[in-house]
Design a protein around this ligand. Structure first.
Ligand SMILES: C[S@@+](CC[C@H](N)C(=O)[O-])C[C@H]1O[C@@H](n2cnc3c(N)ncnc32)[C@H](O)[C@@H]1O
Length: 139
């Protein structure tokens, strides 16, 4: 991936730190997907950026892991979120899936990520979800 493309100063529109937008989007997700979200004990957000959609995940799930390859975005995530509640991983989804065993009852979110991935990366993403877990993914 082109790490320089994603840097804090060139994508300020992705910085939205009041959490209100995040809650609104999450409410639409729970209305749209007929699923019991309470059954998931671990939630991952792949490509969390500057956390614009992460707030609601932290409000609704006990264990949240934010995965983000850009160092400058990770610096923002570290400022925004309490490390007691959230794990922040400075890595790409490819490295994450290679190096992490996914616990059962995991759920994956990704907001505005897939269209940045190549077809091969997308296949890899869905393949890892399919073979690595029996969980769902919401994008
Ligand atoms: C358009 S931004 C969206 C950020 C955030 N989800 C939002 O909506 O505000 C796409 C994000 O995906 C991350 N990303 C790009 N390639 C990735 C990869 N291979 N694995 C994980 N994240 C990736 C970028 O660093 C960036 O933060």
């Amino acid at each position: 991936m082109n790490k320089d493309y994603f840097s804090q100063d060139t994508h300020k529109y992705m910085y939205c730190s009041d959490g209100i937008f995040s809650e609104f989007i999450y409410s639409l997700i729970t209305k749209t997907f007929a699923d019991d979200f309470k059954k998931y004990s671990q939630v991952y957000e792949i490509g969390a950026g500057m956390g614009r959609f992460s707030f609601a995940l932290l409000n609704h799930f006990h264990k949240v892991c934010l995965i983000e390859p850009s160092e400058s975005y990770v610096a923002v995530l570290n400022q925004l979120f309490d490390k007691e509640q959230v794990t922040i991983m400075n890595t790409s989804m490819e490295e994450f899936f290679k190096n992490t065993s996914i616990p059962p009852k995991s759920l994956f979110f990704n907001f505005h990520l897939l269209h940045h991935l190549t077809l091969e990366q997308r296949k890899e993403f869905f393949n890892y979800l399919r073979i690595g877990t029996s969980s769902g993914s919401i994008s």
